[in-house]
Each structure stands twice: as structure tokens, then as C-alpha cells.
Ligand binder design. Sequence first.
Ligand SMILES: Cc1ncc(COP(=O)(O)O)c(C=O)c1O
Length: 386
Amino acid sequence: MIPPSTVARPSTTLDLSPITATITLSALAHNLSELRRLVHPTCDILAVVKADAYGHGAPTITQALIDLGIQRFGVATVQEGSALRAHGVTQPILVMGGLIPSHIPELIHQRLTPVLSHEDMIYALAESLPRHAPPYPVHTKVDTGMRRLGFNPESVVSWLDSKPFESKLAIEGVMTHLADADDSNQEFTEQQLACFQTVLTHVKRAGHSIALIHAANSAGIMYHPSSHFTMVRPGLMLYGYTTRKPRNSDIALQPVMNVSTHVVHVRSAKPEEFIGYSRGFKTTRTSKIAVLPVGYAHGYSRSLSNRGMVLIQGQRVPIIGKICMDMMLVDVTDLAHVGIGEEVVLVGKQEHEEISVEEIADSLGTLPYEVLCNIGTRAHHVYRPH
Ligand SMILES: Cc1ncc(COP(=O)(O)O)c(C=O)c1O
């Protein structure tokens, strides 16, 4: 029989997790107040919390935003909407992604608001509603240039005039999505907005009064005031990031997420020694190497092998060799003493140094969205007020 261990168990799962995303809720509040400075006070805000709130943890982020006065949320799928309902979110939730008929029973059961982009879904939803049910609120999307979801601009009015909208469906919102709002050349966005405006004029002329008219993602909010209409749909900027450089200097966003791990082993290596898989790195000096328990299984891209940096003791230290599935190696030769359990920041600030999500995204040739989703959704989340 194995004797009972005398080693104390860790008090929280935090102690067991290799990768921790610390979420600072005051930064979320700050970003929201920066956003509010950009939009008209009467403009509604729908917070986009899809993909687990871009890796920040949708249930807690949604609740924090409710506490900050946000009353509408956007997700990609019925599944994400149901998960929020299961966490007690009663506010309107807009399902912005594509739908198929088999999603409808759950959509109705959870009182989620669909974005309709295809006539089949208009009829499928109308037919699924109980006979004398009150009109079900829906939004409809107009494709003004994204070429993804949405009705052709010319067909929108005829769909709003169609039978399902006479009694079964109530049109609460009309939206479009901007394809290129962060481009410093604003021409394409202006064309999209002009097209949307024409559709809205025809919708109005046809006698439809629409409460929620929306087009702006974060870049629209920041760079295209004419895209704000009666509601905006921020995602990325709430979490403290932008895709355009230089950033809009009128606002100062604060990153909400800091991702950290810890050293699990420290070893020395002689000059000219190969390190890791595929002999991916060769030392040039007597080296001290720290092993970190994070790899591509945790969403930390293998493409950062021999390229990425982490922070230890407030210093930038390089990743050496190939990033493994659940480990990676960093060169800590230039640090005084590095011990097992020492904190390592993968994303965010440590003392006066910072590794931003944008820096990692640039290095990978991708966008902050992908870095946040990959790392954030796999990390153990810890929420702190400040
Ligand atoms: C339809 C829609 N609206 C709004 C957003 C939010 O965009 P952003 O995160 O750039 O603010 C997204 C995100 O991709 C989206 O798909």
C-alpha cells in the first residue's frame, strides 16, 4: 500500500496550473470608459464576448460588464449563448455567427437573438415558433462588402416585407460588418457605410422602424464615428488592444490580461551544446537554461521557437530551441539567480518590462485576436479587481 503523503496539497488549482491568465477587471472598466468617451451617450453598447471573451473567460467578463452597465452581449454561436445563460446571464444575447435549422430549438429555448442572413433561416425560425407566441426579436445582416454573412443590400427590404415578419418575427436590429475599418485608407469602409446608409434609407421608406442599427467593431468605433449609428459592437478594444499602428492617440487602452508561468527546472550547458528537439539551438557560451512548463498545447505557438521572449526578474530573456508540446527552454545566463517556482511572464508586464500581445502577434505574422484566443482560452483564469 502507498503510504499517505506528508506533502501539503496546494490550496487552489492555481498552484497546479502551468499557465495562468491574470485578468485585471479595473483595466476592463478603464477601457469601457475610454470607449464611452468616443460614442454618443445614447449609443447602445453590445459587448462582444465570443471565443470565451477573447480568452479572458466569458462568464466573469460578462458579469463584470453587466456590473459596469452593459446590457447586451454578442457571441458567435448558440452554444456560447447557452453557456452564458447557464451562468445566469439574463440580458439579451445576440448570436452573430452563422446558423443552421438544427440550432433553432436551443436558440428559442435560451431566448437568444439570431442574426438572420439567409431566407431559409427566416422561414425555419418562423415555423419553429409556437402558434400564438409574441413576435420573436431578430436582427438581420446586410453584406456591404465583407462577403461573408448577410443579405445582398438590394434584397433586405423585400425580406423585411415578407410574411414571417408580419406576425412571427420582430425586426429589432439591422447590422453590417466592416471588413477593413483599421486600414488607414478609409475608402473601403466609407463605401461600406454609404451602402449601409442606402439600405437604411430604403428600410425606413418601407415603413420599418429599427431600434438597433449597428456596424462598428473596435476599429469602427475608434476611426469611423459615422459607423456608430444606434449601437456599437466592441470586442478587442474592451480587452485593451488594437490592430492599427500607431494607436488612436485620443484613447489609452490598458491590456486586461497578463499570462504567466513558473520555472520548473534550471540546468547548465557547456558551449557548443545542442538544446532540445531537432538540436534546434546550439549554445555559444557556458549557459544557464530554465525550463518552463508551457508549450504549444497551451496555445503558445511553436513558431516562437528561437524567436520569442519571456520576462523573468523584470528582464527579457530569449526562448531557445524548439518549443515543445508542454515545455520550452529559455536562456537565463545573464540573470543572477533563477530558482524553481520563480514567476515567468509570457504576456504582459513584469516590473518595468512588457511583452505585449501585439508584439507576439507581429512576431507570428498574426493579429492580437489569435494570440489571445490561443493562450487565453487554455489558461487558468485568475480575476483581480485592480
Ligand atoms: C460581427 C462582429 N461584430 C463585432 C466584432 C468585434 O470586433 P472587434 O473585436 O474588432 O471589436 C466581431 C469580431 O470579430 C464580429 O464578428
